[in-house]
Design a protein around this ligand. Sequence first.
Ligand code: AP5
Ligand code: MG
Ligand code: ZN
Length: 214
Amino acid sequence: MKIIMLGAPGAGKGTQAKMLAEKYSIPHISTGDIFRANIKNGTELGKKAKSYMDAGNLVPDELVVDLVVDRIGQDDCAKGYILDGFPRTIPQAQALTEALNKVGDKVDYAIDIEVPDENIITRMGGRRACVSCGATYHIKYNPTKVENVCDACNGELIVRDDDKPETVKHRLDTYHEETQPLIDYYNEQGILKEIDGTVDMDVVFNNIVDILGE
Ligand code: AP5
Ligand code: MG
Ligand code: ZN
């Protein structure tokens, strides 16, 4: 099962992708998490990506496409995967379609989690992310058992550099301009599924599972 998660920053792509990856035993591939790990480890890719991310802009397509195409070609992706945060532009989506076509493959579902911009600004203020494993929490909607300690790995929780309100507003603008057109792109391919992302995260999860099947 090959799935793409669409949705604005903070819509809950990462939260749902993590739960779906566990349920269906397929890898969760988040390009944002890959870039953040590279920044933390001081790699060349991390150095290139950081200024774009901190400003709330997209990293150039050429830094993302090969990385994802390589990743989905690895053995653990044979049964499927969940792409979270990729594709994010029409050229990225076209590159993915072409790469999959070459091996006679295609994406099965593009799940669009819909949340209005107003809700997103409040959500992001309360988000906390684990520096070690990438797990995401919310101080009110999804708190950890011990404050500032990751439930999954005991790692330290941080506020992401791009979660400042001004940057979140800019990320939303970038989303509407560059990523929203993908909704039409996948609708035309007949694989788009729209999900209300404003309800409780377990309800969102069950609604997605209803579409994907047990
Ligand atoms: P990325 O890391 O992908 O960030 P994003 O798309 O902005 O999305 P977020 O991770 O902020 O939100 P999310 O939808 O995963 O929400 P979450 O589950 O955390 O990308 C970061 C940057 O990297 C980009 O800006 C760009 O620069 C670069 N980049 C990455 N991929 C790229 C690409 N392909 N091309 C170019 N550049 C790229 O949830 C948010 C909060 O809400 C959490 O606190 C969560 O607990 C809470 N929450 C979740 N669901 C609910 C619910 N139902 N009710 C209440 N609260 C909820
Ligand atoms: Mg995310
Ligand atoms: Zn962790």
